[in-house]
Design a protein around this ligand. Structure first.
Ligand code: DGJ
Length: 545
C-alpha cells in the first residue's frame, strides 16, 4: 500500500515535471476489455469475465479523501466490488498543462486497500449539460474557450462543442488522465472502464446558437452521416428515419434541408457534434491507455421536448448518430431515475450495445440488478450516491449484492451459454412467463397469492433470476416471487417438484440449508422466495402424466 502510494507519487511528479517516464506498453494483453462471449458482451479483467456490482459516489464526495475515508469500508460491507468515482477537471488541471493526480491516486489507493475496482467518470467539458467542472483558467477565458448561446445570444455556463479549442483542451487533459492511469495501474488493473463526460446534453434550448454553431448549422450534413443513414435504413431509429423520409430522403443538403425545420433537427445536429467532440476526447485518451469507454444519458421525462430535457445526449432515438460519430465510445448507458426501469433498459440492451446501468436511484429495488443480469446479460449495475445509504450491513444493497456475489461465477458462465432469464415485477406487471430448457416458468408477484404476507399497502418491486444447471435442475434467486412450472412441450404431461432446497454458495460450492416442502412450497405447488430479503433456492423438476 505504502509502496504503491509512493510509486504513484513518483509517477505523478515525473509527469508534472514533464520528464520522460518509462511506461509499460498498453498492449500487455491483459487490459480490461469488452469481449463478445457466446451470446453476451462481457468485461474481461485479468483474463476473466467480471460482473460489476457497483455503486456511484455522490458528485462531491471524491473531492475530499478524508470525507470518503469512513465510507470505503461501508461500501465493502455493502458487497460492492466496483465503485464509480468522479475525476474533476478543475482539480486535475488547476493550471494549464499542470496536472495534479492526487485525488485519482487516492481513489485508486482506497479501492485497492478495500479490494474493489473503479470506474472513473470524467467530469470534463460537461456534467449534466453544464460546464461547472472545467478549471478556472477555462471558465474565465470565454474568448479562447467559447460558450454555447441561446437563440437570443445569451452566453450559457456550457462550453460550446463547436470550438476546436475547447475540444483540444479537454482531450489533452483526458489524455493526461489516461496516461497517468496507465502508469500507476497497468499492472493491477484497479480501473476497469472510464465514462467520458457526464450526461451530455443541450439545455434550455434544443441547440446551441453561438457563432460557430450557427455557421455549422448552415453547412452541409456530413456525408458520413448520410451514408450511415442510407446503409442502415432498415435498422435506423424510427424517429430519425421518419425525419429523413419526410424531407425527401436526400443524400445531401443543410441540416434543415435533410431533416426538416424542427427542434428535433436541432437535436440531431447537436447530437452529431457532441458525439464528434466526445469521440475526439475518447480517442486521445485511448491513445494513452485503451480502457473501455462509455457515455451516460439523462433520460426523457414523459411529454418533454428537446431542450426541455437535455437535448442530443446518448438517447435511444439518437443511437445512430452517436454510434456513427463516436466509434471510440464502446457503449451508451442509461441513468435511470424513472419508475419504468424495464422499458429503458430494453431500449439500451442491443446487439451492438452491451448494457451497463451506471446510475439508478438508490431507492429503487435491487431486484433490478437480478433482472438485468439474468435477462439482458448486463455488465453491471450501479445505484447513485451509494455512500449515503444507511445501515450498510443490512440494507437492500448489502443483501441483494451479497447473493449476487455468491452467484457471480454462475451468472457469468450462464450469460455466455444463454441459459438464464431475469424477471422484474411490480404493481403494473405482476406476472411473467419464461421458457428455459424444456420447462416454462410462470413467475408471479408474491402479492398475487392470497396467503402472501404483505409488508404494507403498496406493491413493492420484486424480481429474480433463473439459472439452468441441468435439464431438470434450476437455481432461482431473488425476492418476493412465486414460481410455478410446466413442461414446455406439454403433450398431456405435467411438471412436478422433486425437491427444493434453500442454500448458499460458499467459495463456489453449494451449501444446502433447509429442504423446503409442505407450507414452504404450498404443498409441492410452487417455489416461493419471500419478499424483504434475497435468497437462492435450488429446484429439481420432473414430469409425469
Ligand atoms: C444524474 C447525474 O449524472 C449525477 O451526476 C447526479 O447529478 C444525479 N443525476 C443526481 O440525481
Amino acid at each position: 500500500m505504502m509502496k504503491t502510494a509512493r510509486a504513484a507519487l513518483v509517477a505523478g511528479l515525473l509527469i508534472l515535471m514533464g520528464s520522460p517516464v518509462t511506461v509499460r506498453s498498453q498492449g500487455d494483453g491483459n487490459l480490461p476489455h469488452l469481449k463478445k462471449q457466446g451470446t453476451a458482451y462481457q468485461l474481461i479483467v485479468q483474463g476473466k469475465p467480471f460482473l460489476m456490482l457497483a455503486g456511484e459516489l455522490g458528485n462531491s464526495s471524491a473531492s475530499d479523501p478524508a470525507y470518503m475515508r469512513p465510507y470505503w469500508p461501508a461500501l465493502k460491507t455493502m458487497n460492492l466490488n466496483t465503485v464509480l468515482v468522479p475525476v474533476y477537471w478543475e482539480f486535475l488541471e488547476p493550471a494549464e498543462g499542470k496536472f495534479d493526480f492526487a485525488l485519482v491516486d487516492s481513489a485508486i489507493g482506497a479501492a485497492r486497500g478495500h479490494g474493489m475496482k473503479l470506474v472513473f467518470l470524467w467530469f470534463g467539458s460537461w456534467k449534466n449539460s453544464m460546464s461547472c467542472y472545467v478549471p478556472r483558467w477555462i471558465k474565465t477565458d470565454a474568448m479562447r474557450f467559447p460558450r454555447a448561446r441561446t437563440a437570443d445570444g445569451a452566453a450559457l455556463e456550457i462550453l460550446t462543442p463547436f470550438s476546436t479549442e475547447n475540444m483540444k483542451a479537454d482531450a489533452r487533459a483526458f489524455a493526461a488522465l489516461m496516461k497517468h492511469i496507465r502508469v500507476v495501474d497497468s499492472k493491477q488493473h484497479t480501473v476497469l472502464m472510464v465514462q467520458v463526460e457526464n450526461e451530455i446534453g443541450m439545455i434550455p434550448e434544443a441547440r446551441d446558437h453561438c457563432r460557430l454553431a450557427n455557421a455549422a448549422f448552415s453547412e452541409q450534413v456530413p456525408p458520413e452521416l448520410v451514408t450511415h443513414i442510407r446503409k442502415n435504413a432498415g435498422a435506423l431509429a424510427p424517429e430519425l428515419l421518419a425525419m429523413w423520409n419526410k424531407s425527401g430522403s436526400r443524400s445531401s443538403g443543410t441540416w434543415e434541408e435533410v431533416f426538416g425545420r424542427s427542434p428535433e433537427t436541432d437535436e440531431v445536429f447537436m447530437a452529431w457534434q457532441f458525439a464528434t467532440y466526445t469521440n475526439f476526447v475518447a480517442k486521445a485518451g485511448k491513445k494513452e491507455y485503451r480502457l473501455p469507454m462509455f457515455v451516460n444519458a439523462a433520460l426523457i421525462r414523459p411529454g418533454y421536448k428537446p431542450g426541455q430535457y437535455p437535448s442530443a445526449g446518448p438517447l435511444p432515438h439518437l443511437f445512430d448518430l452517436w454510434k456513427a460519430a463516436a466509434p471510440e465510445i464502446d457503449f451508451l448507458a442509461p441513468d435511470i431515475y424513472f419508475a419504468n426501469f424495464k422499458e429503458w433498459v430494453e431500449r439500451y440492451a442491443r446487439p451492438n450495445n452491451p448494457l451497463f446501468v451506471p446510475e439508478v436511484a438508490n431507492s429503487q429495488s435491487v431486484a433490478n440488478a437480478y433482472y438485468i443480469f439474468g435477462q439482458h446479460k448486463a455488465l453491471g449495475y450501479s445505484p447513485f450516491s451509494i455512500e449515503s445509504l444507511e445501515d450498510p450491513e443490512h440494507n437492500q444493497i448489502a443483501n441483494g449484492y451479497g447473493v449476487l456475489r455468491q452467484l457471480e461465477p454462475l451468472i457469468l458462465e450462464s450469460q455466455e451459454k444463454g441459459e438464464m432469464a431475469g424477471v422484474l415485477l411490480d404493481s403494473a406487471d405482476q406476472v411473467e412467463v419464461v421458457q428455459l430448457g424444456s420447462y416454462t416458468f410462470t413467475i408471479r408477484h408474491e402479492y398475487s397469492w392470497k396467503y402472501a404476507v404483505r409488508s404494507g399497502a403498496d406493491t413493492p418491486r420484486v424480481g429474480g433470476m433463473i439459472i439452468m444447471r441441468s435439464p431438470d435442475e434450476f437455481l432461482i434467486a431473488g425476492t418476493g416471487i412465486i414460481v410455478t412450472f410446466e413442461p414446455f412441450a406439454s403433450s398431456g404431461t405435467r411438471a412436478g417438484i422433486e425437491s427444493i432446497e434453500e442454500g448458499k454458495f460458499v467459495r463456489g460450492n453449494w451449501k444446502a440449508g433447509r429442504r423446503l416442502n409442505g407450507d414452504q412450497s404450498h404443498q409441492g405447488r410452487h417455489l416461493h422466495l419471500p419478499g424483504g430479503a434475497y435468497g437462492i433456492q435450488k429446484v429439481r423438476l420432473y414430469t409425469y402424466r
